[in-house]
Design a protein around this ligand. Sequence first.
Ligand code: DPP
Ligand code: ZN
Length: 873
Amino acid sequence: TAAIRLADYRPADFAIDSVELDFALNPTKTRVSARLALRRNPAGDSSAPLVLDGDELMLLGVKLDGRTLGPGKYEATQDRLTLAEVPDAPFTLEIDTELNPSGNTQLSGLYRSGSAYCTQCEAEGFRRITYFLDRPDVLSVYTTRIEAEKSEAPILLSNGNPIEHGDVAGSNRHYALWRDPFPKPSYLFALVGGDLGVVRDEFTTMSGRVVDLAIYVEHGKESRAAYAMDALKRSMRWDEEKFGREYDLDVFNIVAVSDFNMGAMENKGLNIFNDKYVLASPDTATDGDYAGIEGVIAHEYFHNWTGNRITCRDWFQLCLKEGLTVFRDQEFSADMRSRAVERIGDVRGLRLAQFPEDAGPLAHPVRPDVYQEINNFYTATVYEKGAEIIRMLRTLIGEDDFRRGMDLYFERFDGTAATVEDFLSCFAAASGRDLTHFALWYSQAGTPVVTTSGDYDPAARTFALKLSQQTPPTPGQSDKKPVVIPLALALFGENGQKLDLVSEDATPTELARGLIELDRAERVIRFREIPSRPVVSLLRGFSAPVRLEPAPASEDLERLLACDDDPFNRWQASQSLALRAIFGRLETGALDARGLSEALRLLLAKAEDDPALVAQALSLPSDIDLAREKGNDVDPDQLFDARMALRAEIGRSLGSELDAIHARFSAAGAFTPDAASAGRRALRNVTLDVLAAGDAEKGRSLATAQFETAGNMTDKLAALATLALLGGHAREEAFARFYAQYAGDALVIDKWFSLQAMIPEQATTQRVLGLMTHREFSMSNPNRVRALIGAFANGNLTRFHALDGSGYDLLTAVVLEVDPKNPQVSARLLSALRSWRTMESRRRGLIEARLKHIVAQENLSADLRDIATRALG
Ligand code: DPP
Ligand code: ZN
């Protein structure tokens, strides 16, 4: 297939002002009649033929202005409908297609999840329903009629407001009519039909309109939707308060389905969710699940303005809605929970997923300029780095100008399909700042490395801080330019006091805000009136998505842990100390964890102040963190050994403190999912984990007791995870009992699959192969595949990268088995290999052979071929 380039963008040759859809739902023969009001687009080519997109479509017939067209008047294939001649005046086209929802295993277009009918149209799924100009800059008003058997689908939903519903005379069928008054692109179309339970509520908007809210779930699971409904109402209020954005329809519906490629989808007025991000109860969902639900409910709701009211001109602009909406959901979660803990979690996520992507063969700019398959660009770079760009923008221009820029964006571009340039122009106008250089963040891939060195002159009482930046080459971009990096900075004196920033080498604004803008290759800033060698706290709050080198010296890190008033950098200091200890052991064979232990001991003594933050400090870097920091010649076995040695050492040296915390923070009272309670559980559970590393017997007995008495899934699963690492009979017994208790509860069994897939022992590969034949496993369900195979490939580095190649063989076999069914899932699974070139040479050779084997297959999906080819690149 030919590459699609941003540079080739042209407006559509036709506009579609309105769309009337009529669905007659049937499991294998659904009939779709589409009536499109078309006219030539003045911005397009006035003599172009009409070419509509399709994908695996079966055409039944075409009418133009009410007259049936003979076969000679059009050309139809499964993926294109072409009319060489159409009227110059506006005209209507009626297209009938027939679909087989039950046979749609790609979960794109109209498909079935269980007995329900549902749709997923982003990015290019609508063309699997009817022939259309399936591109985000074609905005139309949709009216949708759905007809189905009453018993099969008592619930019939689509976008917009309900207009009417009733029985179809003389049959056991009924219908519903929906109309969405807001022009939208086809990727936001949605339809649901099924027999579902519902939870209802209402929300009164800031102008006093009452909106009916409903969340549809599998019958019997209604009580598990309460938290999602609560999160929805809080999201609606927050968007009014923080961004002045009011909801605009009479209804807002959410439907949870079990088979879904993504997390959720923001279809106008009818969000469709992976049920993983809706359903929660204390005994089935962890605190992490609750936080995930809150974040995704907010994310999809926030898309109503950033994505739906203002959409993207083309798919290259995906970050325009995704980066911005991730930023908005992160801010929402920060306001709902602990801002510091939210920031640490977000940065952890960025480093875990985006940094490796940016450093490997799949690296691409936040706004790519070329793609083969758009589905492969729903990436950590577009989403998470995209959100970091928005955050930097706000940091640079300040909160007030940022809000003014957002207001201007909504004012200028509401109802349009916009670009990144359109977006930035609003902030340039609001702040008076030229954002041309800043915009490089969107087009230049790769993670900048900021190198620092400091030189203290006691005689002159000056401290010279040298900052330089450099971005490593990425595929297709060998020469990199300096970007605009906002570096939040503070200097601390001997007694931990914050020093005034005095310098002629920075602007007064920079000094007053403690925010240095590194916008060139190198800057030296000489600070005056510095009484003694200071400790530098740089990149406070993770003010830019960069790597900092080198990490401060150990004694500076210990001082920062004690005195820094930026909670993010206190946490960073704990992580840097842990990394130093681990890499020190790799180099010298000896483990020196005294500094870290003492620092953690001090934190534990004040654990009551902020348990969640202490829990983050106690959560040592993962294997993936270590592999990323190592950067090349990665041997997962060595990294794993060093990491386990550090955990064990911390567990031994802090044993009594950890013991006390585990006992003191024990669960009391009924479970509540709020952040404060979750923080206490997080601390208690990470304590158990470290304790068990230091003393296996003690860990086993504590974990077994916790497993048996836990009153919620968070504590139960944490105990099971600890037992999983300790091994032996207690582990197998616990897994068996967990299964017996939750059999049939798919989302809980997914956790059971994942924990087993992550056991860092040789037998795990066989275990995973065995679980693939388990009756609750299915290769057709994305959540199951991700829970078992995804956890193995991404969360179990030593077994996945086993030197006999067995882990790679397992992944290859699954990827090739899934691909014909569901290309989005197979392509995503294969991206577990995105960092393969950083492995040591034997493993590199093994992986390369597998990638070549995959590329050599005929009939690969475009999605999988794209990932495999670029990975080999
Ligand atoms: N549904 C996905 C998201 O919200 C894609 N838009 O990010
Ligand atoms: Zn999104």
